[in-house]
Design a protein around this ligand. Structure first.
Ligand SMILES: [Zn+2]
Length: 196
């Protein structure tokens, strides 16, 4: 029986070089890529996983569930979804549109999809409305626990080296943003999301 995932990995493995690794791609030349090409190498490809491990981890291990229990991290509470922020970040601000219960995006019904789209749009506008923000990037991850989380990352205005899909990688390198700055921005985002 055809197995598209295995075929995909077989094709990738056929492209590795003598060192057993894929060659670096064009991204290593981008001026927004955080690393220089010299000395950089791809990790070896790992084995095919069939079946995949369950993405859903217990609620007790879920940072999103923990954030939903902390009023200082909750920015908005909707019908089925909420907006929270992480306890800290190196960016000017990060917000997460999340499910109020421990569930992946796969479990949302159409009403949930409508609320998700509206909350992403409103949270985007709230972050764009903060002082000193050049752009806001939107990503769907699950933070390792299977809990729906659409992550909005705010890029500082004028810091063009951070723009685009590498913003999350840069965020791992940058120093933490002071908590009082994040608290003040959280108040403004909360107010923007509360507006009718
Ligand atoms: Zn959770």
């Amino acid at each position: 029986m055809a197995d598209p995932g295995r075929d995909f990995l077989d094709r990738a493995q056929a492209a590795v070089g003598d060192d057993g690794r894929l060659p670096l791609g064009a991204m290593a030349e981008w001026d927004v890529f955080p690393f220089e090409r010299e000395g950089l190498r791809a990790r070896p490809l790992t084995e095919y996983a069939d079946p995949e491990p369950d993405r859903r981890k217990p609620e007790a291990d879920c940072k999103t569930c923990a954030a939903l229990d902390r009023p200082d991290l909750v920015l908005h509470t909707g019908d089925r979804l909420a907006v929270v922020r992480p306890g800290g970040t190196s960016l000017p601000f990060v917000a997460n549109v999340v499910s109020r219960s421990h569930e992946p995006l796969d479990d949302l019904d159409d009403g949930g999809h409508v609320e998700l789209g509206r909350l992403i749009g409103r949270t985007y506008a709230a972050l764009r409305g903060l002082d000193g923000i050049g752009n806001v990037h939107v990503n769907k991850w699950e933070n390792g626990t299977g809990h729906l989380s659409v992550t909005l990352l705010a890029r500082p205005r004028g810091v063009l080296q951070l723009r685009g899909s590498n913003l999350a990688a840069w965020a791992d390198l940058l120093p933490p943003t002071p908590a009082e700055e994040l608290d003040a921005r959280a108040d403004r985002v909360r107010a923007a999301l509360a507006a009718p």
